[in-house]
Ligand binder design. Structure first.
Ligand code: DAH
Length: 360
């Protein structure tokens, strides 16, 4: 048997015996690598006489192609076997319950919980959720809401302004959720029935104020919407939210540029030491601002105030969360302290619904 026939046999044996991809690679290098056995034989072609080279040239080339093919064939088989072995061991049982640790550790922040509760209550009354951007322009945050430049209400809002743009205008971080009223009314013809929860910003920080806080806005516009509807909606909301059968409430005349008449709503409460009991008692607690949407606001969004009217309200979510869940300090809401979150947070997947109970 000639050298190259013997080599072919040996290599086929070695390829067959290679049990994994690394061993096979070693065989490949030892045969076809720069100093490999086939490469060496190829080099010897140069020193052969022409007759011999005519025979050996094609023979060695054939050997090389044959071994290359055998290696890649074996490679495919090894890869398939390795994949099979992994599939045998790495099984995933999708019917397994969540590992208890994930459920035990995660908590929903009280602000998120309260937003979900509020959305569930107003959703049940037929209001849908609307959204607007945190970065607003002057028109939506102020002008369209009947707060023209130089209006004293602008100072009261402690606005965070962005740098001036080329045209001299400045964007703002929205100071309230009321601009979502404007965006809603400009998005299509009435009727409108929405609530808009979200983040709001004012340059203000002390024990009861944080630069970022949360509000929820309500807006209902239709042909015959009146103050009676406003009072009913807010009374039902308070009863559902505080989970009590009745609430004492009063409307005090107030002023907001975007409503006429305007009110602030207080609910009755009793202060018993550190605890505040909602719904009864001799004390009052202010919880929101509201009123009938000002005709000028309707005109600003091309709604005819002689045909349509409606009400709006806005309230602070953080304070509602503090009241309902007895949380004493507002600033702790935003400190991301895990111990605090474990204490005041809510178990995930326990989504508040009216039928299931809001706060269980
Ligand atoms: N935007 C007001 C604020 O931030 C709250 C408010 C008052 C909203 C009366 C309203 C409203 O929609 O009717 O203080």
């Amino acid at each position: 048997m000639s050298d190259h026939e013997q080599l072919a046999r040996d290599l086929h044996e070695e390829i067959k015996a290679a049990g994994d991809e690394a061993t096979l690679e070693a065989v490949r290098v030892s045969a076809l690598g720069k100093k490999g056995r086939i490469s060496q034989l190829m080099k010897s072609l140069g020193s052969m006489d022409p007759e011999q080279r005519k025979i050996m040239g094609p023979a060695l080339n054939g050997l090389k192609n044959d071994i290359q093919a055998a290696i890649s064939e074996r490679q495919k088989a090894l890869y398939a076997a390795a994949l099979d072995a992994r599939l045998q061991t790495e099984k995933l049982d999708v019917t397994l319950p969540l590992p208890p640790s994930a459920q035990q550790m995660g908590r929903i922040h009280p602000v998120s919980q309260v937003m979900d509760e509020i959305a569930a209550i107003f959703g049940d009354m037929g209001l849908s959720i609307a959204e607007g951007p945190d970065i607003e322009d002057d028109f939506h945050n102020f002008t369209a809401l009947n707060i023209p430049a130089e209006h004293p209400a602008r100072q009261m809002h402690d606005t965070f302004y962005f740098n001036e743009r080329e045209d001299g205008s400045r964007l703002v971080l929205r100071t309230h959720t009321s601009p979502v009223q404007i965006r809603t009314m400009m998005s299509g013809p009435p009727p409108h029935r929405i609530v808009a929860p979200g983040r709001t910003y004012r340059c203000d920080s002390d024990q009861t104020h944080t630069p970022m806080f949360h509000q929820i806005e309500g807006l209902v516009i239709d042909k015959e919407t009146h103050i009676g509807h406003l009072k009913w909606v807010l009374e039902e909301f308070c009863k559902a939210f505080f989970e009590v059968d009745s609430v004492k409430m009063r409307f005090r005349p107030s002023h907001f540029p975007f409503t006429e008449p305007s009110f602030e709503m207080d609910i009755g409460c009793a202060r018993l030491g550190n605890e505040i009991r909602i719904g009864e008692g001799e004390d009052w607690l202010e919880i929101l601002g509201c009123g009938m949407v000002h005709p000028s606001v309707l005109r600003n969004v091309d709604i005819d105030p002689d045909v349509y009217q409606g009400f709006a309200f806005g309230m602070g979510i953080d304070r509602l969360a503090m009241l309902k869940y007895g949380i004493p300090d507002l600033r702790a809401f935003f400190e991301a302290d895990l111990r605090w979150l474990r204490h005041y947070g809510f178990v995930p997947l326990d989504i508040p619904t009216l039928h299931g109970g809001l706060s269980r």
